[in-house]
Ligand binder design. Structure first.
Ligand code: PMP
Length: 290
């Protein structure tokens, strides 16, 4: 990924893609003191940019470091990167981390850094899969408790669990994995939130130990605009059998129908299709944002 043409915003300057480097003795590389965002641009507009920049700053604060760039400055930098890329539709990756000024576990005088890159990234899963729904494995790893890690932060360290679960799922022939939390409740997928449909009501787990995704909140809003009842509540695996539809939400996966999760099967139904279309209309500016 490092060997391509393009520009990356690094600590306030646009640098050549191949020169956007860090030192091997970087605090973040050793101790996972880094946080990131994933956002998409549609038709040259970054969807929910302000929410993403706010979450980035908040994620860093939850790890004990403050970014010296305001939300407005981060927004402006993202727009600059998108414009420099020339892309109409793009995936964008802001990443912030503690630098190489100190090698102790204590962060000492490490300086905060920020980089922003953009690249073209179409559908997360093969579009044919998205039509019929993806197949999820049940992850062998669980989301940790909020007293084990700062679970509201989009912290790189928390993605170790996601990478392990996704790798395990793919090795077993699945597209992704559904993770439970430390209590055994249904939590989320490795890079997306989970929704279920039963009797025309939407159900989604309370995000008390995983990311309350920006797409998740957007989908709740879209459902409510259509008069669909939404229940945010604890969901235990025993209940999965009773749901008719399941889908995932996330910046990268957008709205992706699920065909099966472990032994539980679902259909790609009307509510999933409707919300998927509404989301597509919203991100492309065909329906208003609020
Ligand atoms: N959970 C995880 C683990 C994720 O990586 C993501 C993607 N950022 C989400 C949920 C969904 O968040 P969002 O809708 O803000 O992209």
């Amino acid at each position: 990924f490092d060997d391509r043409d393009g520009l990356i915003w690094l600590d306030g300057k646009m640098v050549d893609w191949r020169d956007a480097k860090v030192h091997v003795l970087t605090h973040a590389l050793h101790y996972a003191s880094s946080v990131f965002e994933g956002q998409r641009a549609y038709n040259k507009r970054i969807f929910k940019l302000n929410e993403h920049s706010e979450r980035l700053r908040n994620s860093a604060s939850l790890l004990g470091f403050e970014l010296p760039w305001s939300v407005e400055e981060i927004n402006a930098a993202c727009i600059e990167v998108l414009e420099a890329s020339g892309f109409t539709d793009a995936y964008m990756r802001p990443v912030a981390w503690r630098g190489s000024e100190s090698m102790g576990v204590a962060p000492g005088k490490t300086r905060p850094h920020l980089a922003i890159a953009a690249w073209e990234w179409g559908k997360y899963y093969d579009p044919r899969l998205s039509e019929n729904g993806i197949r999820l494995d049940i992850a062998p790893w669980r989301r940790p408790a909020p007293y084990t890690a700062p679970t509201a932060s989009k912290a790189s360290g928390l993605y170790m669990i996601c990478t392990l679960s996704k790798q395990h799922a793919e090795a077993r022939g699945f597209n992704d994995a559904l993770m439970f939390d430390w209590r055994g409740r249904v939590a989320e997928a490795t890079g997306a939130n989970a929704f279920f449909v039963r009797d025309n009501v939407l159900h989604t787990p309370t995000p008390d130990c995983f990311l309350d995704g920006i797409t998740r909140r957007t989908v709740i809003d879209l459902a409510q605009r259509r008069g669909i009842e939404v229940q945010e509540r604890p969901i235990w695996p025993e209940e999965l059998e009773s749901f008719e539809q399941m889908f995932l939400t996330g910046t990268a996966v957008e709205i992706t129908p699920v065909q099966s999760a472990g032994p539980w099967n679902f259909e790609v139904g009307d509510i999933t299709r409707q919300l998927s279309k509404d989301y597509d209309d919203l991100v492309n500016g065909r329906i208003p944002n609020d």
